[in-house]
Design a protein around this ligand. Structure first.
Ligand code: B12
Ligand code: SF4
Ligand code: SF4
Length: 314
């Protein structure tokens, strides 16, 4: 069965796949500490039913093992206003659809009654820990999972299953960051703390995607034109391979020209819906995107002309 799972995951386009036997999470105290330090900023959903993250069987009592997959997205430089992870189709839907196919393949070959649950991002599961324990890589200095072959521009997803499966690795993989500090040095806001925790209150990814209301004045000048997300600490990782091998077609940028900051200000609600409905940008909403665009334009001294162009359209 383990071989079938690996082969099927590869056929479905996942860059990596590993199996881990479920048990108590080993870094739950790290997660709690992160919350206590206020690093979750305004992400109230992370504060709810916190204890569920301490053991995946609290989320799904039937689960015995997790099949953890990683899907690669582009590590394109130079940086663009829209993060690489946002230019393609919404990764939640893309990973879900593929994990559904993986579950169907397992079910078709399984002699016992098969149960599974798909988790991608939103479930109360410490995805990076389970990815490490499934042998997919190690945690880099910026807190992301790094795979020795595919680098760090990876999305994670899990299929929790009721099967007793042989784990892929006995005790994870060695951390290969060595003396490198490129990701820490690339962060313009000092969001990456010395202990590897990310203080979301200072993180451009949080501020542009999740934060409601005004962005603190002191940080506005450090957003560097970002309109959605931030790739700075991921694209610099020397483990990212050149080229686009293993990048799923849905995540390739070419298919979708992204608007400039000026064009963002001109979008109506229905334009926004039409353009971004199938992307991760949609849930964040037009108001935040336009707030980010105004900051980008103000900091590059283009706001006045952009606003007069907008009013000229009315
Ligand atoms: C909240 C959240 C955010 C927040 C906070 C990020 C943070 N670093 O804490 C914000 C909005 C800032 C954010 C940003 C991004 N995110 Co985010 N985010 C999440 C979410 C929903 C929860 C993360 C969380 O619990 N954070 C709290 C900290 C304490 O936990 P953690 O970061 O998972 O760290 C754990 C591991 O590091 C582990 N650990 C540390 N050392 C070791 C050593 C060993 C041996 C082991 C076993 C474990 C271990 O301990 C920690 C607690 O378990 C996860 C999905 C999920 N359900 O897990 C996605 C997730 C982490 N995000 C993801 C992505 C892609 C991003 C961005 C790259 C998006 C972008 N381009 O803008 C940035 C990267 C910023 C960064 N440097 O982390 C991916 C990460 C994939 C990867 N390669 O690691 C995830 C897994 C979503 C997904 N399903 O693909 N994110
Ligand atoms: S995503 Fe950007 S702001 Fe956040 S930790 Fe990484 S480099 Fe810093
Ligand atoms: S950039 Fe360097 S320190 Fe950061 S995760 Fe990659 S190898 Fe590790």
């Amino acid at each position: 069965m383990e071989l079938l799972i690996q082969r099927e995951a590869e056929r479905l386009g996942f860059a990596a796949c590993g199996i881990v036997t479920l048990g108590p999470a080993r870094t739950f105290d790290r997660f709690q500490n992160w919350l206590e330090l206020g690093y979750a900023a305004g992400m109230a959903y992370l504060q709810r039913r916190v204890e569920l993250r301490s053991h995946p069987m609290l989320v799904a009592p039937e689960a015995r093992a997790a099949i953890v997959v990683a899907a690669r997205y582009p590590a394109t430089v130079p940086l663009q206003p829209f993060s690489n992870y946002a230019v393609g189709k919404d990764y939640h839907a893309v990973l879900r659809a593929r994990l559904k196919q993986l579950a169907a393949a397992i079910k078709a070959n399984c002699p016992v009654k098969f149960w599974s649950r798909i988790c991608v991002d939103s479930a109360p599961v410490l995805e990076r820990e389970w990815a490490v324990r499934a042998g997919l890589g190690w945690i880099g200095r910026q807190g992301s999972l790094v795979n020795a072959e595919w680098g760090t521009t990876l999305f994670l997803g899990e299929l929790l299953v009721n099967l007793e499966l042989k784990p892929t690795v006995a005790s994870g993989r060695p951390n290969k960051c060595g003396a490198c500090r490129k990701c820490v040095e690339a962060c313009p806001t000092g969001a990456i703390q010395p202990d590897g925790l990310v203080d979301a209150r200072r993180c451009i990814s949080y501020l542009t995607i999740e934060h409601e209301g005004e962005i603190p004045e002191a940080l506005r000048g450090r957003l560097g034109g970002s309109l959605f997300g931030c790739d700075r600490c991921t694209v610099v990782c020397p483990y990212n391979p050149a080229g686009d091998a293993a990048i799923l077609p849905e995540f390739k940028a070419a298919a979708r020209p992204m608007p400039t900051a000026e064009q963002c200000l001109e979008l109506s609600v229905s334009d926004f819906r039409q353009k971004f409905r199938d992307t991760a940008i949609y849930r964040s909403g037009l108001a935040r995107l336009q707030r980010n665009a105004i900051i980008a334009l103000a900091k590059s001294k283009r706001l006045r002309s952009a606003l007069s162009a907008c009013s000229g359209h009315e």
